[in-house]
Write a protein that binds this ligand. Structure first.
Ligand code: HEM
Length: 377
């Protein structure tokens, strides 16, 4: 998409496309400055029921909500994702990652997605939520169906759509039961934290807890798969950068941010629509019109980044928008960063990878691989 993004940034930085969007057409905003503004500006709503006839859902999660609901829905969950809490998860995440990496056989071709990028984030989030080990495999299957069903492929593959619907139902049923069990037997997990807060101010309803569990599962899975997959793929395209990280693992922190910039797992942000007429890049956006903040394009904007099409694992500062901006800034960012850093720390010493097979996942929102098979040079 990157040559197209460049053309859009230069020729039509706010581009109206009449054939997509939930409200009949959508603006695509591609320059860094404008994209950042759209992400932060509260003149855009995330709540579709405010701009269209779609009835408001009974139970929403934070990503579909505006303040003050958003504040309430986010506050409780954010206690579980502070940098301090996340740092305390490091030994656990390291041990899960070591276990997965130890199954990669040296000298043999391996699928990065299957062996590490797919299982790692789903195991971690299931663990955080409080899903017992014995049920993890269920989530692997359900999440896989959901991701397949979210593809634009679903249009041509009704079976994938059906499986996704069934997975959706199974996940809701599972969490519904788990919440009921935890109500009588609180544990040291996220579901219990949300239930325990029920008597406090800012409490969540049963439906909201359910929607939140679902959001965490979804928001944390495909995205982290893509960070690990796209990041490793980018390193194979810039072998000197890969070598640099092998020699200087202390640069993994800036390295992971650069991977998020270079090939953003989330290419465009979720639903936003204007609450009033406003102007972006010389264009008038009318009230109720939908706007896509194209993160993938903003991250390559030559107005902000030097040599934007080059991967530079030491790039600082790095004002990429990979985790969004403003009040909806990714809640899981510290967790995603930690998972990716540990994954690369353990992968890099294994050898110098060469791509033998890759298959992209067709999607206009996410960018990543369905499969990425590597061999060691
Ligand atoms: C929001 C990206 C991992 C939970 C977002 C947004 C982006 C993003 C761009 C903002 C969307 C918007 O404003 O429309 C990513 C990327 C990840 C990642 C690239 C991995 C590399 C995670 C993880 C979790 C998570 C691991 C949790 C387990 C959330 C939540 C929100 C969010 C709850 C909504 C925040 C709000 O509405 O206040 N993420 N995410 N994400 N992310 Fe992430």
């Amino acid at each position: 998409p990157y040559p197209i993004y460049r053309e859009l940034r230069n020729q039509a930085p706010a581009y109206w496309y009449p054939h997509s969007g939930l409200t009949g057409g959508m603006w695509f905003v591609t320059r860094h400055e404008d994209t950042e503004m759209v992400l932060k500006d509260l003149r855009f709503t995330k709540d579709i029921s405010r701009v269209s006839a779609v009835p408001q859902q009974l139970s929403r999660h934070m990503l579909d909500a505006d303040p003050p609901d958003h504040t309430r829905l986010r506050a409780l969950v954010s206690q579980a994702f502070t940098p301090r809490v996340v740092a305390s998860l490091e030994p656990k995440i390291r041990s899960i990652t070591e276990d997965l990496v130890s199954q990669i056989k040296k000298g043999q071709d391996f699928s990065l997605i299957e062996s590490l990028a797919f299982p790692l984030p789903i195991i971690v989030i299931a663990e955080l939520l409080g899903v017992p080990d014995r049920d993890r495999h269920l989530f692997r299957d359900w999440s896989s169906h959901l991701i397949d069903g979210a593809d634009i492929l679903t249009v041509t593959d009704p079976e994938a759509g059906q499986k996704a619907q069934m997975a959706l139902g199974s996940i809701f049923k599972y969490f519904d039961d788990l919440i009921k069990v935890r109500r009588h037997d609180l544990q040291d997990d996220l579901v219990s934290l949300l239930i325990a807060a029920e008597d406090q101010q800012g409490k969540l309803t049963h439906g909201e807890i359910l929607a939140t569990c679902f959001l965490l599962l979804l928001a944390g899975h495909e995205t982290t798969i893509n960070l690990i997959g796209n990041g490793y793929h980018a390193l194979t395209r810039f072998p000197e950068q890969l070598q640099h990280l092998r020699d200087h693992p202390e640069h993994l922190s800036t390295g992971v941010d650069e991977m998020l910039r270079f090939d953003a797992p989330v290419q465009r942000a979720t639903f936003r629509a204007a609450l009033e007429d406003l102007e972006i890049a010389g264009q008038v956006i009318r009230k109720n019109q939908q706007v896509a903040a194209v993160i993938g394009a903003a991250n390559r904007d030559e107005r902000v980044f030097q040599n934007p099409d080059t991967l530079d694992v030491t790039r600082t500062p790095n004002r990429h928008l990979g985790f969004g901006r403003g009040i909806h800034f990714c809640l899981g960012a510290p967790l995603a960063r930690l998972e990716a850093q540990i994954a690369f720390e353990l992968l890099l010493p294994l050898g110098l990878p060469r791509v033998v097979h890759l298959e992209r996942r067709p999607s206009t929102m996410f960018r990543g691989f369905r499969d990425l098979v590597l061999s060691w040079s």
